[in-house]
Design a protein around this ligand. Structure first.
Ligand SMILES: [Zn+2]
Length: 228
């Protein structure tokens, strides 16, 4: 097993501190990633404080992981060493359900979260992206284009997809108005993505801080891999 270094909460009352741990042995369908950036999502704070009541400690948060592939298993076909990749909120699910529910694996009972969870064996803890490496099954690794900086790409893996999904579902595009309530991390991404989709948008009743964020978000188009 490879030794990894990260930051962990040892219990729900403690701040994150340096933490050394073992990453699981890669299987033939796994990708080993050197983590370069990891977004800080507010749910990381909820989890580290066990505010959702299910904290597994020590806990290494982080589910907006961007990095470089350092090795791949013998059966990996989509990735090679040196590829620029990302890992989002989950790293595995039960294959049985995935076959029945294409593209809805986040709802599967066999879902394995990137951290604060256990691997498919039920005993090996998962540790997130506040660390220098991660081992992930190929099917749960995403590819980044060359023109997308890894630091900017990382927040797309939770905040980005959370807002992209409803905008895409409701066919946001030219001629449509989009209202986004709240201009925190997710709302900010939503405005940027809506803008790139060609929508008119607004956030209802912004306070002064939200108003400033909203103006900045509309001024800075998102580097977008999608054909918006
Ligand atoms: Zn998140």
């Amino acid at each position: 097993m490879a030794i990894a270094k990260g930051y962990a909460a040892t219990d729900a009352s403690q701040p994150l501190t340096p933490f050394t741990f073992e990453r699981r042995e890669p299987n033939e369908d796994d990708v080993v990633i050197s983590v370069k950036y990891c977004g800080v999502c507010h749910s990381d704070i909820h989890q580290a404080r066990s505010e959702w009541g299910n904290g597994i400690f020590p806990m290494v948060p982080g589910h907006e992981v961007a990095g470089i592939v350092t090795s791949v298993g013998s059966k990996v076909t989509k990735f090679k060493t040196g590829d620029r990749v990302g890992v989002g909120c989950f790293v595995n699910s039960c294959t049985k359900c995935a076959e029945r529910n294409v593209d809805l694996e986040q709802y599967m009972p066999g879902l394995v979260q990137t951290y604060n969870d256990y691997e498919a064996d039920g005993t090996t803890p998962t540790y997130g992206g506040y660390s220098d490496s991660i081992v992930v099954k190929e099917g749960y690794v995403l590819s980044f284009p060359e023109n997308l900086p890894l630091d900017a790409a990382a927040p797309l893996l939770c905040a980005g997809i959370t807002l992209y999904s409803p905008l895409h579902h409701w066919k946001a595009g030219p001629g449509k108005k989009v209202a986004i309530v709240g201009m925190g991390g997710l709302g900010h991404m939503g405005v940027k993505i809506a803008h790139r989709h060609g929508c008119r948008g607004h956030s209802p009743k912004p306070n002064p801080v939200e108003k400033r964020r909203r103006v900045e978000a509309w001024r800075q188009p998102l580097l977008c891999n999608q054909r918006c």
